[in-house]
Design a protein around this ligand. Sequence first.
Ligand code: QAP
Ligand code: CO
Length: 168
Amino acid sequence: MAILQILEFPDPRLRKIAAPVTIFDDKLGALIEDLLATMYEAQGIGLAATQVNIHQRFLVIDVSEERDNPQVFINPSFEVIENELSEYDEGCLSVPGFYETVSRPRVIKVVAQDKAGEKFEIEAEGLMSTCIQHEIDHLNGKLFVDYISTLKRDRIRSKLEKEHKQSA
Ligand code: QAP
Ligand code: CO
């Protein structure tokens, strides 16, 4: 198991569109374990493969208080099933230290595959719904800062670029 390096905004690799997973083998299983270990180490509630520079469509989530409910979604997609939005203060391990309110569909149906390639469906609401949508956005090269004003986004970009220069 390995802790992977998390790319940070405005790294252009966060803008790549991930390719569907087609092979469900032990190598994929090992990458999923690494992604989970990296998420827990960083104390996140979700992490997409794109964020660790793996451009394949899978992500991990654990929104439980006890940090003991890892959930894996491979080739995920979702449908909005209720015409209602909910707001959350979102953060992102790729945008450390910044939080902004984002509005997203409140209830969704998610279709995905598990690590054996078996298809499953879940209905998600609340934080889980927001988190899945946030992570699927990563697989499409999209970040939560894309939903806020250009002014706020540019300020966040400048501050992170400055931090990156100082630590380089
Ligand atoms: C996405 O984000 C999310 O800035 C997952 O210093 C977040 O796990 C979906 C984190 C909120 C819905 C609501 C961020 C940790 C973790 C930071 C995360 C930080 C340390 C973010
Ligand atoms: Co994120």
